[in-house]
Design a protein around this ligand. Structure first.
Ligand code: SF4
Length: 133
C-alpha cells in the first residue's frame, strides 16, 4: 500500500485530534470538547499537517505497525477497524463516496470544539464529555 493509499483510509472524523484525559487510577480515557491547537474543527482538518510532529510533540503518526496498538483511538477509527479485521464502516467516505456521510452518521467531532490554546491545562477536566469509546 502506498503512503497516499494509507492516508486515504482516514475517515476524517477528527476524533484523534480531541484532547483526552486519562484517569491514572483506572486507566480509563475521557474525551473533552477541546481539540488540539492545530485542529480546525469546522473543516475537520489539521492546519499544519506536514509540520504537526514538530509543532505538537505528542502527536502520534498512525502506521500499519502501530494501528492495532493505540488503545486510545476511537473504536470507529478506520485504522483501528481494519487492524481488528472489522473492515470499513458503511459511512466511510471510501464506501459512501461522500465525506458528509461521516457527520451524517454521527461519527464526526463537533464543529464547535474549543482549541486547547484557549483552555488552561488545569481546567481541562471541566470539558470532559464522556468516556472514549
Ligand atoms: S480517529 Fe482515525 S479515522 Fe478518525 S481522523 Fe483520526 S486517524 Fe482518521
Amino acid at each position: 500500500m502506498t503512503e497516499a493509499e494509507w492516508e486515504s483510509l482516514c475517515d476524517g472524523c477528527g476524533k484523534c485530534c480531541v484532547v483526552l484525559l486519562e484517569d491514572e487510577d483506572t486507566d480509563e480515557v475521557y474525551e473533552t470538547s477541546v481539540s488540539c491547537q492545530l485542529f480546525d474543527a469546522k473543516a475537520r482538518r489539521c492546519t499544519a499537517y506536514e509540520r504537526r510532529f514538530a509543532l505538537v510533540p505528542g502527536c502520534v503518526q498512525v502506521t500499519p505497525q502501530n494501528a492495532g496498538t493505540l488503545s486510545w483511538m476511537p473504536k470507529s477509527c478506520a485504522y483501528r477497524r481494519l487492524s481488528e479485521g472489522r473492515g470499513l464502516a458503511d459511512w466511510h467516505p471510501l464506501v459512501s463516496g461522500r465525506r458528509e456521510s461521516v457527520a451524517e452518521a454521527g461519527q464526526a467531532v463537533s464543529p464547535n470544539l474549543r482549541s486547547e490554546a484557549r483552555v488552561k491545562a488545569s481546567k481541562l477536566w471541566r470539558y470532559v464529555t464522556g468516556q472514549r469509546r
